[in-house]
Design a protein around this ligand. Structure first.
Ligand code: PA5
Length: 472
């Protein structure tokens, strides 16, 4: 380490070159995730971690042993090691086939059957993936809502290009993707005939149950499985996420390797385990009056990852009248909108900042006239400005009564993203147990579905339909 000291500068445990934002140490030499909880001081009792040691140990034990509330849905815990290797090879082969046969892939799914793939593709390849010059297909998402305008625009965007469809539904009965699939199946059959359509439809669903399983069997589509013991919001590292992610060209081996590293590191019990620390901090903050956790990213391409994170925590913790409300912001853009509330509004929240090391570099040009007065920044990397904005924001928010958690990772890569996915999943499991809820069910999601079926006139819902219509 000493050899770097003469020409480097240390920030958040990583050595940087003084004149650029390139880290001097390679990604392998940096530990994958650094958790800074120093900005919680004064907001929660100093013993927030030690006082939860026994409960954390019990939570970790339940997660590892697949016991406790929802234990039947903890297959995700060992997935990065025990995933189905034969199916993984089929996913890679199917991705290659789709890349070859299509200029566009329509991924049909909602909630846990949608957000993970979109989060990873955008975070690793950009929110502008479809606009980029590339030799992989455009990827469009459908079945994640019921908007007619969205659907019409999507059909228009695909135009006369060759396309394939990956329909994803664990239950196989969710209305939004089922309706979208009906539409895109008909479009494919019209364009390519029944035989041709069969060659372009990939169904990811339960191995035995559900309408989609029946349809896929009957039509002879290539099928991938959502494992029984993995719930939707924990399924990004199954075929649910992996097939669309692989079609985009992302290295899914590296993604799984990052998740596996997290699995191995975070399964070691102890108070120096960052997952234990983050779970304890969240729970301590919740018990000390905070009801909202705001996830803050500094990269526009992080936006959908935050959407995935919101589902993960919202569906896992928000039950029995309990749970932190997960929200997200994109900085620095939202500092000019939500920043006011965070700094100065009701003191309900704490912030979790996710910071990746920058990748590219762009130096701010000099302007001899200096009319904007910015020459004190001439030659400095833009990332340096972003760094100071982040440091300044954290300090301002902490001063304003918003405790801060900082998660720092190496550059955005398939490996670091795989690591972060698993980290958040694992903390989510521990957190749910600390909160004494079942972190792996989602009974609340069913309420709207029942009402919608009744109002739509689904057979079997006649009484409820009458009851609801009387209330409208
Ligand atoms: O996390 C969940 O279970 C939900 O968000 C589901 O993923 C979502 O409702 C879609 O369900 P399905 O995959 O059964 O169509």
């Amino acid at each position: 380490m000493d050899k770097f000291k003469n020409h480097g500068e240390m920030f958040l445990g990583v050595w940087y070159n003084k004149t650029s934002v390139e880290p001097i140490l390679s990604q392998e030499e940096c530990s994958m995730l650094k958790l800074d909880l120093s900005k919680l001081k004064g907001f929660i009792p100093e013993d927030y971690l030690t006082s939860r040691q026994d409960r954390l140990a019990k939570a970790a034990e339940m997660v590892a042993a697949h016991t406790g509330p929802g234990g039947d849905f903890t297959g995700w815990v060992t997935l990065p090691r025990d995933y189905d290797k034969e199916e993984f090879a089929r996913i890679q082969a199917a991705a290659k086939k789709i890349q070859k046969q299509s200029q566009a892939l329509v991924v049909i799914g909602i909630g846990g059957s949608y957000l993970g793939a979109r989060a990873v593709i955008e975070l690793l390849l950009s929110q502008n993936y479809n606009l980029k010059k590339k030799d992989t297909p455009d990827i469009f998402f459908a079945g994640n809502g019921l908007s007619t305008d969205y659907l019409l625009e999507l059909i228009d965007l695909i135009g006369d290009r060759d396309f394939s469809v990956n329909v994803i539904s664990k239950s196989g009965t969710t209305t939004e993707p089922a309706v979208a699939f009906r539409i895109f199946k008909a479009l494919l059959e019209k364009k390519y005939g029944k035989e041709g359509a069969r060659e372009r439809i990939y169904a990811t669903t339960d191995k035995a149950r559900g309408a989609l399983k029946g349809l896929a069997d009957a039509e002879g589509y290539e099928e991938f499985v959502v494992p029984d013991d993995v719930g939707g919001r924990f399924s990004v590292l199954t075929a649910v996420g992996l097939l669309p992610i692989a079609v985009s060209g992302i290295d899914i081996d590296a993604l799984m390797a990052g998740a596996r590293q997290a699995m191995e590191e975070l399964s070691v019990p102890g108070l120096d385990n960052p997952a234990w620390q983050y779970a304890a901090a969240r729970h301590g903050l919740y018990q000390n009056g905070k009801s909202i956790e705001v996830l803050a990213g500094y990269e526009p391409r992080f936006r959908f990852f935050a959407e995935w994170w919101k589902q993960l925590y919202g569906e896992s913790e928000g039950k029995d009248g309990k749970g932190l409300f997960p929200a997200s912001v994109e900085f620095t853009a939202d500092l000019h909108s939500m920043g006011q509330y965070i700094q100065d509004g009701e003191r309900l929240m704490f912030e979790t900042v996710v910071k990746f090391l920058p990748d590219g570099e762009y130096a701010i040009p000099d302007d001899p006239a200096n009319v904007d007065g910015l020459n004190f920044l001439s030659g400095k990397p833009l990332a340096f400005v972003a760094e100071q904005a982040m440091r300044g924001t954290i300090l301002a928010h902490v001063d304003g009564g918003v405790p801060n958690v900082l998660l720092e990772l190496p550059q955005i890569s398939a490996k670091s993203v795989g690591y972060l996915i698993y980290f958040f999943e694992y903390v989510c499991g521990l957190s749910g147990h600390l909160l004494e809820v079942n972190p792996f069910n989602q009974p609340g999601v069913e309420a709207y579905k029942k009402n919608m079926f009744a109002l739509l006139g689904k057979p079997g819902y006649e009484d409820l339909k009458a009851e609801l219509e009387a209330k409208l």
